[in-house]
Design a protein around this ligand. Sequence first.
Ligand SMILES: *Cc1c(COP(=O)(O)O)cnc(C)c1O
Length: 399
Amino acid sequence: MTKATGGEIPKAELKPDTKLATGGRNPHAHHGYVNTPVYHASTLLYRTAEDFLARRGQYFYGRRGTPTSEALALAIQELDGSACAGVALLPSGLGAISTALLSVVRTGDHVLITDNCYGPTRKFCDGVLARFGVTTTYFDPSIGGGIAALIQPNTRAVFTEAPGSLSFEMQDIPAIAEAAHARGALVLMDNTWASPLYFRALDKGVDLSIQSATKYIGGHSDLMMGTVSANGKAWPQLKEMAFSLGLCVGPDDMNMALRGLRTLGVRLARHHESGLKVARWLEQRPEILRVLHPGLPGDPGHAIWKRDFTGACGLFGVVFKPVPDTAINAFLNALTLYGMGASWGGFESLAIPFQLKDVRSATTWAPGGPCVRIHIGLEDTGDLIADLERGFAALVAAK
Ligand SMILES: *Cc1c(COP(=O)(O)O)cnc(C)c1O
């Protein structure tokens, strides 16, 4: 990165919000324009046969990278900090997960996967990895350093996610990383919830940190993308795998991700604040048994969250006191500001029912009542709370 007026900026001194504004930009390499142009590119031409044969030049072919992909990868790399040796851009978060896993395993290997992983991660391990002779053991997310006991001589990777999808249990990532590294296994983490802004995964011992950029990097519910940030140990194989699979992202989508990144800091700060405010309000409601949010002092994961994370996003779970499903449906149907749909991380609030019956294999999930996952968007929290009050009135009337 070079200064907007020319000259190098000392990177190590920059705070995350500054990195978000400056990362991956080099205006004077592009006639002074603030943003890197969007290169729609496949073929790249050479002037001479000699240049072609020597592959002379910074770029080679659209699939292998353009100034646009480089700008985005660099911006994310700067955010992940000096431990990050490279960033792969993939067409979805799931693509980032599968590519990262494929980059570390070979036939005969074993992987340890957290029992609270994103559902399709489990499906990929049980389906594709199993078909290629890679075995999987699921582990209790609260295992911490106890992961050591599960590591076999052929265990290549430990896959973590904190807080976990839907159930929001925290994990002691530094303890897991220490135990894994002592036995020669790499550590992967799905870091979508916190992003590198609120959890510095690579600094905490993670070798491959995955984000569904579909969520907060995009931030507007109009983009599918995934990223994997790798340290020096994991980057060569990740790069090779991403290239070999032929995975690349369209230039307009990369431009949208770059645009989203610039405001990630202010958006996440607001999601953090509003999410906690609504979570605290929900905790006090007589209809609610428990709120699953590691930022709340009463949450079992709070101590780890406080120690390792610097913030929370707007996504959390709510466990209702037992009522018939029809009452939960009435609650959801009465909401006017919360959309019902998969994904999250956009500017808008969402609420969906969920249950994890028959999903877990290493632990049992017994929340004690019906569950709803809530995403708090950028709307006014007073309006969002008033809407939830309407939902509770409908729930009480329906039960
Ligand atoms: C949504 C999500 C993914 C998958 O991302 P896509 O971009 O939808 O493929 C992965 N991990 C977590 C935690 C997610 O919430």
